[in-house]
Design a protein around this ligand. Structure first.
Ligand SMILES: [Zn+2]
Length: 250
């Protein structure tokens, strides 16, 4: 049987230019506001009880040539923040948008660095763009694909999305936690959430094939000709691509 492959639609430069213009004139200003909201959110996530940010705290997070006061005015006008006695508070919509930006950036970074193996610098560039463009449904699919990662590359908490709360698996995760493999099942290590030098020393590195031998009392794996016992919390940081079919290339 010959399958007809659908051709890509012709590139419509006019339409493309229109889109680029839209990004340039409309979204660039919005992107800047979103970035500042993201910064406000990440300052706040490190504070336990204090729900406001001082101008000085925010100033330290942005480059010197940023005209912060004009952005602050714009954010207040759009009802993303409230200001009282020189302190900034996020409104409900400001908090939600800031959280979405931070979540998209941290998930984007994980994908770019862990799955696509981009350098940290390039991953930052790509994730910095994606955070403004990705639709929430696509972000949830990406999160599910990555097995709902809880921590960013630098160890910060990734705000959970609706996919994580529902433990969505309908977009079948391509990657699983090592501990989610069945007994005797093999998987290829794709990434490790909190890379530890001792794991590298034991040969637990991306690309290696592991077989899960036991889950309790500790997690026992075979890697090459070595059998290792790991603490559960360490094993849960190791993400693998399971061997779905025996003959399938991993
Ligand atoms: Zn998720």
């Amino acid at each position: 049987m010959i399958l007809k492959i659908k051709q890509n639609p012709a590139l419509n430069i006019g339409k493309y230019n229109k889109l680029m213009k839209k990004i340039e004139f409309h979204d660039r200003a919005q992107y800047n506001l979103e970035q500042i909201l993201g910064r406000l959110y990440s300052i706040l996530e490190n504070k336990k009880k204090n729900t406001s940010v001082t101008f000085h705290e925010l100033e330290k997070q942005v480059s010197e040539n940023t005209n912060l006061s004009s952005f602050i005015n714009e954010l207040e006008k759009k009802n993303y923040i409230k200001i009282s006695s020189n302190k900034i508070q996020l409104t409900k919509s400001g908090f939600k948008l800031g959280e979405t930006i931070v979540r998209a950036y941290r998930i984007g970074m994980r994908f770019m660095a862990d799955v696509l193996s981009l350098s940290h610098k390039n991953a930052q560039k790509a994730a910095g763009l994606i955070e403004h463009l990705i639709e929430s449904e696509t972000l949830d699919s990406l999160c599910t694909f990555l097995g709902h990662p809880g921590r960013s590359l630098s160890g910060e908490k990734i705000p959970p999305g609706s996919c994580c709360k529902r433990k969505l698996t309908s977009v079948k995760p391509v990657l699983l936690k090592l501990t989610d493999l069945s007994l005797s099942e093999k998987g290829v290590i794709k990434y490790i959430q909190n890379i530890d030098a001792s794991l590298t020393h034991l040969g637990i590195i991306p690309g290696e094939v592991v077989t899960l031998i036991e889950k309790r009392p500790s997690v026992v794996i075979n890697i090459g000709s070595t059998t290792l016992a790991l603490d559960k919390h360490i094993a849960e940081d190791i993400y693998v691509k399971p061997d779905m079919k025996k003959n399938q290339t991993l």
